[in-house]
Design a protein around this ligand. Structure first.
Ligand SMILES: Cc1cc2nc3c(=O)[nH]c(=O)nc-3n(C[C@H](O)[C@H](O)[C@H](O)COP(=O)(O)O)c2cc1C
Length: 253
């Protein structure tokens, strides 16, 4: 935990250069303010959480950075769960300042050896282990042509890491369109469930997916950067919204 706490406190910036601060805090649930009223979490003690200065894309920025810490926790042998429905007042030692947002937190620790019956029922209700197939998520050139894993070539593992990412209520709101010349991947958000959309949780999910894509590209030696560059691609419905583009660096195609 000490190593994770050290890494969490390192200074960092958001995708749009937002100010961001993270910390690993120990906050056992006592009588008084509860951490959350909903979901699977019980007996949580350690939390990765932060604050980001408000911007149009701050939820993605925050989630992109926090997922790096969550994956670092996994590297260190810890387990974790993202939580979007919680009481902000619970974190009395890490309060938000004016103009700051905290779209979600992550609980870190060791999972119970045997999940409670209630947990198994909830996980089965949100089909927590299921993931959508490629043909519903990834496209080539336009939303009318699904992208096959073989066609994605070197980028296939990165897209697979997007597919496997966790999301609020397992809604998997990410849709990715690869540009015809394959130099750019455009990330769209589909508003899958209103309750998550109005709380900005789908944007958090997109940030997590972007983190997975980014890390997998780096591992494959693919250099690129995140830009806002809305493509001229017809959206299948008003529920779709453009969010971000990963563009390959010159000489790294
Ligand atoms: C942004 C985000 C918010 C989440 N919020 C909650 C929550 O409030 N309560 C909860 O029990 N689980 C929460 N989860 C966990 C998801 O339900 C879980 O990741 C999803 O069902 C997929 O299951 P898996 O992570 O075990 O693959 C959240 C996950 C994400 C990514």
């Amino acid at each position: 935990m000490a190593e994770l706490g050290r890494i969490a406190s390192l200074p960092t910036r958001g995708l749009l250069e937002e100010r961001v601060r993270f910390s690993l805090v120990e906050e056992p649930e006592m009588s008084g303010v509860r951490f959350a009223d909903y979901g699977l979490i019980a007996g949580a003690r350690f939390f990765l959480l932060g604050a980001v200065s408000a911007s149009e894309r701050c939820r993605e920025s925050y989630a992109f950075l926090l997922e790096h810490l969550v994956l670092k926790a996994a590297d260190l042998g810890l387990e974790s769960c993202w939580v979007g429905y919680f009481h902000q007042e619970f974190f009395k030692d890490f309060r938000l300042e004016d103009g700051e947002r905290r779209p979600a937190v992550a609980v870190v620790g060791k999972a119970a050896e045997r999940p409670r019956f209630r947990d198994r029922v909830i996980r089965s209700a949100v089909r927590a282990a299921a993931r959508k197939p490629w043909k519903e998520l990834f496209f080539a050139g336009s939303f009318s042509r699904p992208l096959q894993p073989q066609e994605a070539g070197d980028f296939s593992p990165a897209l697979e890491m997007v597919r496997l990412a966790p999301s609020s209520g397992n809604t998997q709101p990410w849709r990715v369109v690869r540009e015809s010349d394959s130099t750019a991947f455009h990330f769209f958000m589909k508003r899958v469930r209103r309750a998550y959309a109005v709380r900005g949780q789908h944007e958090v999910d997109i940030g997590i997916a972007m983190c997975h894509f980014d890390l997998a590209c780096r591992e494959a030696g693919r250099k690129g950067c995140w830009v806002l560059s809305q493509p001229d691609i017809a959206l299948p419905s008003p529920d779709f919204e453009y969010r971000w583009t990963w563009r390959a660096a010159k000489g790294h195609l």
